[in-house]
Structures are given as structure tokens and as C-alpha cells.
Design a protein around this ligand. Structure first.
Ligand code: NAD
Length: 292
């Protein structure tokens, strides 16, 4: 059983990005610049944004973190995005989700200039993804493709089962795995909360992508021998014995499922780190498209 190590694979992606950024510096050119907006102070979001900023620094990118109070009104957030859209020094914009309830995520996503939408959530970018046109691939599915590529996991002709149909993970993942791309060409079944017989469907899968946000949901009786299991789930589960008072759990019961797999991602240390690699690659792409 092969552990698909997100730390190793992300480091390889970042090394390449670092080399490309160093070339820009050598030529006296500006480096890619990511602007991240964080509204409020949700603990998990704070951690994700801090990690994105740190990874930008490590890669030689510029980053700007804009922090807005939890009670910031929607109009102020939209104006902030508009000013970043207009700023020629900013290549990529991300607004950390989830947003406070009084702000429409849909409006926020639509306000980001598609050419700076490095999370790949804008409807026009998703439309391009569906049609197989060049676009920003949403960071988590992109990270999974990069991980599959790093470990040369064969996907062509395989049956992939994606559990979860969110716009940011499950649905784009299902589209990509079915697309005619190197880490695609699968026959895909997209499962969700209304799917009956989930266990039977999973048992037919050569590749399972679990993205439903239910800790340890995927158990060994749902997994065929030799399957590849990609665990996207990240849930904080209270644990008084843990230093921080919680532990991060994936959507797969790792210790029991791993022995059945040909390859599996750990949580933490798997998809999460690759998501940042995907985001960085999109940011360089935005720079090349807009300023290259
Ligand atoms: P979401 O809550 O938007 O969507 C969950 C999906 O799972 C829904 O489509 C729902 O239909 C489906 N679902 C729920 N219960 C189900 C069940 N019992 N059987 C089958 N399907 C079911 O979630 P999301 O934003 O896609 O995130 C999913 C998980 O991935 C979360 O744990 C989240 O924290 C994590 N995540 C991780 C990364 C990363 O970088 N590793 C990035 C994004 C999200």
C-alpha cells in the first residue's frame, strides 16, 4: 500500500514554482501577487489563510492579507474585491470561505474578476472547466490531479466514485476525472446525500474520492481490494486529550481502510497540502496570463 504523501508532492510542485519565480526576479520582473481576504476569525479559516500566505512567501510570491471584521457588510466586501480587481499589481484574489451568514457567497464569487479567480469558483471559469477549456481549476481538485500525477496513478478507463457534490470539491472533481486529460478519462459516479446503495457503488470503485465532511465515513466494507482512496475531508473533532482540544479527522477510517488500498492519502498530510500547491500554480498562471 502506497501512502500518497501530500507534503512530498506539494514540495515538488513548490520547488518548480520557486525556480520559475527566481527566474522572474533575475530578469528584474515583479513576482506573482496573491491577495487573500479573510472575514471574521473562524479558527479553521485563520489556519488555512495563514498557511496560504506562508506558502506564498516560501515560493517567492508576494501576498497581501486583508482582514475584515465579522460584521463587515456585504457592500464593503464587494468594494474591496472591486478595488483588487482594478489593481494591476494583484494577480490572484481569494476570499476565504465560509463567509458570515449575512454575506452572499454567490455574489462574492461572481464579483471576483474571472482572470484573477485563482480559486476557480467563478461561474465562467467553472463553465470553461466543464467544456475542457483552459481555466483555473478549483484548488482542491487541482491539488488531487497534481498528487495523482506525482505518484503516476493510472486513471484511464477506471471507475471513479466521488462522494460529495459541492461546487468547490466534489462536482469539479467528477468533471475533471471524466475529462480527456492525463489524470482523467475515468467513468465517474458522483454520489451525494440522496444516493441510495452508496456502499454497493463504492465497492465497484477503482478510485474513491471522499469529500463529504463526515469523519471516518468510508469504512473497509465499502472499499474494493486494491482501490485508490483520496480523502478530502477535514473535520475538527473535539478531543480533550489533544493539545489543541481537537483532532483533524478525514472522511475515511484510515487505519482500517489503508490495508485494503493500493494507494491512500493520509489526513492530515494529504490533500490539504496539495490544495495550496494548486492555488499557487493558479496564481502563477494568472500572472502569466495577465502580465506575462
Ligand atoms: P459540503 O458540505 O459543501 O458538501 C458535502 C457534500 O457531501 C454534499 O454534496 C452532500 O450531498 C454530500 N454528503 C453529505 N452527507 C453525505 C452522505 N451521508 N452520503 C453521501 N454524500 C453525502 O462540503 P465541501 O466543501 O465539499 O467539503 C467536504 C469536506 O472536504 C469537508 O470536510 C471540508 O472541510 C473538506 N475540504 C477539504 C479541503 C482540503 O484542502 N483538503 C478543501 C475543501 C474542503
Amino acid at each position: 500500500m502506497l501512502v500518497l504523501d501530500g507534503k512530498l508532492a506539494a514540495a515538488a510542485v513548490k520547488e518548480n514554482l520557486k525556480a520559475e519565480t527566481a527566474e522572474l526576479v533575475k530578469k528584474g520582473l515583479p513576482t506573482p501577487h496573491l491577495a487573500a481576504i479573510l472575514v471574521g476569525n473562524n479558527g479553521a479559516s485563520e489556519t488555512y489563510v495563514a498557511s496560504k500566505v506562508k506558502n506564498c512567501e516560501e515560493t517567492g510570491f508576494q501576498s497581501t492579507l486583508i482582514r475584515l471584521a465579522a460584521d463587515t457588510d456585504e457592500a464593503t466586501l464587494l468594494q474591496t474585491i472591486e478595488s483588487l480587481n482594478q489593481n494591476p499589481d494583484i494577480d490572484g484574489i481569494l476570499v476565504q470561505l465560509p463567509l458570515p451568514k449575512h454575506i452572499s457567497e454567490e455574489k462574492v464569487i461572481k464579483t471576483i474578476d474571472p482572470s484573477k479567480d485563482v480559486d476557480g469558483f467563478h461561474p465562467s471559469n467553472i463553465g470553461k472547466l466543464v467544456q475542457g477549456l483552459p481555466t483555473f481549476i478549483p484548488a482542491t481538485p487541482y491539488g488531487i490531479l497534481l498528487l495523482l500525477a506525482h505518484y503516476q496513478i493510472a486513471t484511464k478507463g477506471k471507475h471513479a466514485v466521488v462522494i460529495g457534490r459541492s461546487n468547490i470539491v466534489g462536482r469539479p472533481m467528477s468533471i475533471l476525472l471524466s475529462s480527456n486529460i492525463p489524470q482523467g478519462n475515468c467513468t465517474v459516479t458522483l454520489c451525494h446525500s440522496h444516493t441510495p446503495n452508496l456502499k454497493e457503488i463504492c465497492l465497484q470503485a477503482d478510485i474513491i474520492v471522499a469529500a463529504l465532511g463526515k469523519p471516518e465515513f468510508v469504512t473497509p466494507d465499502m472499499v474494493k481490494d486494491g482501490a485508490v482512496v483520496i480523502d478530502v475531508g477535514i473535520t475538527r473533532v473535539d478531543d480533550a486529550t489533544a493539545k489543541k482540544g481537537f483532532r483533524i479527522k478525514g472522511d475515511v477510517l484510515y487505519d482500517a481502510v489503508a490495508p485494503k488500498c493500493s494507494a491512500i492519502t493520509p489526513v492530515p498530510g494529504g490533500v490539504g497540502l496539495m490544495t495550496i500547491a494548486g492555488l499557487l500554480k493558479n496564481t502563477l498562471q494568472a500572472y502569466q496570463n495577465n502580465r506575462g
